[in-house]
Design a protein around this ligand. Sequence first.
Ligand code: KIV
Ligand code: ZN
Length: 514
Amino acid sequence: MEGRKIIIFDTTLRDGEQSPGASLTVSDKLIVARQLARLGMDVIEAGFPIASEGDFEAVSLVAKNVKGPIICGLARANDKDIDRCWEAIRHSERPRIHTFIATSKIHREEKLKKSKEEVIDMVVRAVKRAKQYCEDVEFSPEDAARTNLDYMCDVVREAIKAGATTINIPDTVGYAEPKEFGNRIKYLFEKVPESKDIVVSVHCHNDLGNAVANSLAAVEAGATQVEGCINGIGERAGNASIEEIVMNLVTRKDYFNVDVGINTKEIYKTSRLVSKLTGIEVQRNKAIVGLNAFAHEAGIHQHGVLSSKRTYEIMEPGDIGWTGENIVIGKHSGKHAVTNLLKKAGYELSKEETHKITEKVKDLADKQKNVERDDIIAIANDVIHQLSEKEQKIKLEEFAVTTGSAMTPTASVKLSVDGEVKIGAGVGVGPVDAVSQAIWNIVGPSLRLTQYNLKAITGGTNALAEVSIKLMDKDNNIFSAEAVNEDVIKASAIAIIIGINKAFNFEKRIHPQR
Ligand code: KIV
Ligand code: ZN
């Protein structure tokens, strides 16, 4: 039976990118947006154009290149934000301006220092200005879940009158409880009946772990759009996880009786891509996309699943595109097999990138017999995320390490810093530590290493080493970097240098005050 259509709105590239620790380059954003389009996303919020030049560029790029979904940009309720937002999204075939202002007493009084009436005037002005550019306008009363119900309804009524076509009710600080949030949406439909003629959306944060439950309660109460992020990333504890919402609506269609236009078979791929590019790992036992989501450990469960999958599986792993495959590629596999594998994993590569990746895969296959899927993905990420020549302010020229059972590991490193050769020495508890100390002795103390992970991807002692690191600057901005090499020490040095270059190229962003 056909149910009401629920619009799925993805804000991975905007709210998701505001996650502490996540920062996506402009080209990463385009890769993610293309995958979101393949996933069948109805709306992609591509960024907050006024926040930085980089955000503006990313939103314009997505608007120009990603066809199918509505491409939305965020703007505060002021002329400058809205004009800049339109500049970025106007290239889309289906542009949307999403404007917002806080309405709760605490935000109005403590942050905005505005009366109720002044806020309503700003809402009306902002929606009307957005409407001059674009038919599709979304308005959000920020911190709606803590806003007085009747005042929230007054604001929504005026926003609709001014031309908003979608009204989004955010639980900005993740404070609501499911029944209470559902009742808020019901109340809105009762007090503002014109809400039935537009799209009513919800946007829930996960501070109390209720983001998905609150979103589903709102759908039950009549909401027709749900916002969230892939893997549930986002500000603080994150946003509602899109894959969890979608799989609830699909798996329990008998309960919700609604339809979504999502191609669920693309979920797993999208989740891996977002995790890889943001550097935010998916917790093993996370619903839907965690590594354990379809694993059966207990003997009794294994027995049940072998007799009949339905005993312990409420979804087929294939429904979300989880294949568990372990493709083996050797040195004779060539470009086609590599491209095919990467295409399946959601990568769209230029000819040059494909060539570079294939060459590296062949080099590796010469050294270790089989190259597996994860090796190829690691190599692809390494090639794709190379910084441009201009961004490489620091380059590794040479390094040497001396170590042994009876001596303290020492290292010397030669870097070129803005074209000038600099040499540094360091000692450490091991060779990696010694090289890292030598680099810091040249670069200085403005950054510190907060995380270091080493993974041997496949094989034996000649395995590819994948090093991922995080650096933090004095303002607590975090920069993640990865490098892959057969030499652990070299991979470590390269990863640290990529991180330092990212930090040195970092452009301060503004985010709405909260
Ligand atoms: O959480 C929030 O209130 C937001 C708005 C901008 C919709 O992200
Ligand atoms: Zn939010």
